[in-house]
Design a protein around this ligand. Structure first.
Ligand code: NAP
Length: 287
């Protein structure tokens, strides 16, 4: 039976580290602060926001929520984003995506300050991930996956990592981060042929497809590490991963649960990013 690798110890360690660093910053007169920009009242955004606010509080980071109605105009949203980007007391900005369909993310993303873009919305930060430039911010979820792999001492060098999913929020950036750790990476998506056989070649299989329990034991090589990024819900509102945990646990050597896996690490990574943004702003005042 595989080892269940949980997110909580990872999140706890990051939180403790961030908290200590925040205390040092405060002693030096710097007060890290996150702004959350939310359009509408999507239940999953609200749930994540609650988690993020609790985590920031635990870390000693201040947070302010900017709530806009779901029929906000693109120009009004951009004005808000510019206003928040210009605020000297705010170091990090999280904007919930996807935005409602009438808002053009491809235009809006240019108006967030890259130095405050703690969840990698700005093209400047996306480019840095591609370049392997660690001065930027990668999105919280792929970073959370990397933190879990690091915490459980999973050496990626030379390993074959198969990433199921190619979104800009998870699959693509995660693939670049894995590559940065010298893994050999295969990216799969809805048009991939022979999907199961490719997945069965993985030393590390990471599922981010948004399809409940799609990955069963027939996708998993004996002894593989299985990371489940998926968050789906059933009719009763229970959270379900993209991996059929019960089916895979005997074959995998390590496996993350849902809930209690990747999702529990993301807000601590967000706090880590706000801290980094605050530290950088102290080197370059005015950003
Ligand atoms: P997304 O934007 O919908 O992307 C899903 C990806 O999976 C796409 O690349 C899609 O391929 C691929 N895909 C869909 N069906 C497939 C199939 N049958 N076979 C192979 N590939 C398939 O979703 P996302 O935003 O990346 O999120 C993925 C999952 O992670 C969701 O469950 C989401 O709720 C979860 N998530 C979790 C966290 C967290 O903190 N744990 C954060 C964000 C997201 P195409 O590109 O070809 O369409």
């Amino acid at each position: 039976m595989g080892e269940i690798i949980r997110g909580k110890p990872v999140a706890d360690r990051i939180t403790e580290e961030v908290k200590l660093s925040v205390e040092k910053l405060k002693n030096a007169g710097l007060f890290p602060k996150l702004a959350i920009l939310r359009v509408g009242n999507d239940p999953s955004d609200l749930a994540y926001e609650r988690g993020a606010l609790t985590r920031m509080e635990k870390c000693g980071i201040e947070a302010e929520v900017f709530e806009l109605s779901d029929d906000v105009s693109e120009d009004s949203l951009i004005s808000h984003l510019e206003y928040i980007s210009d605020r000297q007391d705010i170091n990090g900005i999280l904007i919930f995506r996807p935005l409602p369909g009438h808002l053009d993310e491809n235009r809006i993303k240019h108006f967030i300050s890259p130095e405050k873009d703690v969840d990698c919305f700005s093209p400047a930060n996306v480019a840095k991930i591609l370049e392997g430039d660690k001065t930027g911010f990668s999105p919280a979820t792929p970073s959370a996956v990397m933190e879990i792999l690091k915490f459980y001492h999973i050496d990626l060098q030379g390993k074959h990592c198969v990433v199921l999913g190619r979104s800009m929020v998870v699959g693509k950036p995660l693939s670049m981060l894995l590559l940065g750790q010298h893994a050999t990476v295969t990216i799969c998506h809805s048009k991939t042929k022979d999907l199961k056989n490719i997945c069965r070649m993985a030393d590390v299989l990471i599922a981010a497809v948004g399809r409940a329990k799609m990955v069963d034991e027939s996708f998993v090589k004996e002894g593989a590490i299985v990371i489940d990024v998926g968050i789906n819900s059933d009719d009763e509102g229970n959270l379900i991963g993209d991996v059929d945990f019960e089916s895979c646990i005997d074959k995998a050597s390590m496996i993350t649960p849902v809930p209690g896996g990747v999702g529990s690490v993301t807000t601590s990574v967000l706090a880590q990013h706000v801290l980094k943004a605050c530290e950088v702003s102290s080197f370059f005042p005015g950003h």
